[in-house]
Design a protein around this ligand. Structure first.
Ligand SMILES: N[C@@H](CCC[C@H](N)C(=O)O)C(=O)O
Length: 308
């Protein structure tokens, strides 16, 4: 049977890894089974997620979202859509590590001006703007919010997570970064290391859309040189345990900030198994807080897939 080679690039950002596919004409069909196969570490390339880069005017879903933003995309000046899929083939709204890898990929593909001050990226969670910085890329992630709109600004928890290996469920806080997160604090680093994340943690009440679950341990001291520090492990919706999660790190820093009433501390370093990312908060006049995520991104190799 004839095969059609499909060029891909493997990328990683603090160990969160992705299969990247450039689709300049919007002709690449992706279904959940193909994504799952490509992300399978034995049967395919292996990755936590797959990202298709397509100009917004070449894609029906992106075109609809574009109309809401008031921005334009054309052959001369394309606005690139990050079509993000989890390893199990499910669709996610946003990926913080992925969007840094995406910007790096677009520059490498000469799809955007490498000297541009910033690169706008259309995602299912709106437009994100990526800048090149000394540590790699910094992304304007927009504002964080409580998933439960009834939550007060100083609320400590809204759910319980049965932490694997611990007897009692622990209180958790659900935070949206465009995609859903449930953040749980653990008492010490040993408890973080002992976690068995081979199975998804149970969250009560069970979020109907699923959730990413972040386990965090504040550093001791929590604040050093004016910066907050936490360690984190994550069980990603649609994937399992990953070495990092950018949106998860933003949610974790926001939750720890709420718990520690650390409003004065705007910069947070989040250590994950695959490295470290930096989160910066900026207050808006209405009290909402914008989040910026900064960290590295790397293209590892390119290859050709032989799909039937
Ligand atoms: N690893 C990503 C998040 C990817 C999507 C997530 N699994 C979901 O389903 O929401 C990140 O770096 O943010």
């Amino acid at each position: 049977m004839a095969t059609t080679p499909l060029t891909f690039t493997k990328a990683q950002a603090t160990g969160n890894d992705f299969v990247m596919i450039a689709d300049a004409t919007g002709s690449q069909k992706l279904d959940a089974a193909l994504v799952e196969k490509l992300c399978d570490r034995h049967m395919g390339v292996g990755a936590d997620g797959l990202i298709r880069a397509v100009p917004a005017h070449q894609d029906t879903e992106a075109g609809r979202m574009l109309a809401e933003t008031g921005l334009t995309s054309s052959a001369e000046a394309p606005l690139w859509f990050m079509d993000y899929r989890n390893a199990d083939g499910s669709i996610a709204e946003m990926c913080g590590n992925g969007v840094r890898a995406f910007a790096h990929f677009l520059i490498n593909q000469e799809a955007v001006d490498p000297d541009a001050e910033s690169i706008p990226v259309l995602t299912r969670a709106g437009i994100k703007t990526v800048r090149q910085v000394s540590e790699g890329y910094a992304v304007g992630m927009g504002v964080w919010s409580f998933i439960d709109p009834e939550m007060a600004a100083d609320s400590a928890s809204d759910s319980l997570v049965q932490t694997p290996g611990q007897n009692d469920p622990r209180p958790a806080l659900s935070i949206s970064m465009g995609n859903p997160h449930t953040v749980v604090a653990l008492p010490n680093e040993q408890a973080l290391e002992n976690l068995d994340l081979h199975t998804p943690p149970k969250v009560e009440p069970n979020p109907p859309q699923g959730t990413n679950v972040e386990f965090v341990v504040p550093a001791d001291p929590l604040i050093e040189n004016g910066e907050g520090r936490v360690r984190m492990r994550v069980h990603e919706r649609g994937v399992g345990e990953t070495m990092s999660c950018g949106t998860g790190a933003c949610a974790a820093a926001a939750a720890v900030r709420v718990w520690a009433a650390g409003d004065g501390v705007d910069t947070w370093r989040v250590a994950v198994p695959g490295g470290e990312v930096t989160i910066r908060f900026t207050s808006r006049e209405d009290g909402a807080e914008d989040v910026e995520l900064a960290g590295p991104a790397e293209l590892v190799y390119t290859g050709e897939l032989l799909t039937e």
